[in-house]
Design a protein around this ligand. Sequence first.
Ligand SMILES: [Zn+2]
Ligand SMILES: [Zn+2]
Length: 199
Amino acid sequence: MKKSKQLPDYPKITEFHGHECLGTAIGYRVGEMAIEKLSTKKAVDEEFLAIVENNSCSVDAIQVVTGCTMGKGNLIFKDYGKQVYTFLNRNTGNAIKISLKLDLETINPHFHEARMKAFSSKADEADKKEFEKQKDVLNRKILEMPGEELFKMEKVEMEPPEKARIYQTIKCKECGDLFSEHRARVKDGKIVCIPCYEN
Ligand SMILES: [Zn+2]
Ligand SMILES: [Zn+2]
């Protein structure tokens, strides 16, 4: 894989995420494409924005590669369980949507069978070894395949969402936890947090 200058080394992602997996390989490629296609530097502030439609391992890699993070508010999570990622460069207004188009079986036809065997009740050491091997093959293919083969990519029009705002912190009248005012609810005339409101 040809590595762009701004991209962090792959081990950095493993370090952040805790293990190396298919998800981190996918997320690495997604982040790499987003940076290349939107010609943005790794975001140091909020000029770059990501909308991720799943919360799998790939999202950790995307946070490391693109600098779009949950904490900075420029990573928006939509709970659709989809391998779809949208990125916006606020400075240029350009946005792209990247969707995984190959399933794992197409990328490595031996992967599925090896996985079935390794997780069956009759699995022996050889089956587990074979699974690890096929997983490595799959990983390497994901990291090395041309991005266009792995993903569908389309330009999209999008309105930049509001930048992350600073909210006041208030205290829940029921449990006493401090929380952000924009999540406040009113219960029996008292200002409370969401869990207390829902109880
Ligand atoms: Zn993982
Ligand atoms: Zn509360």
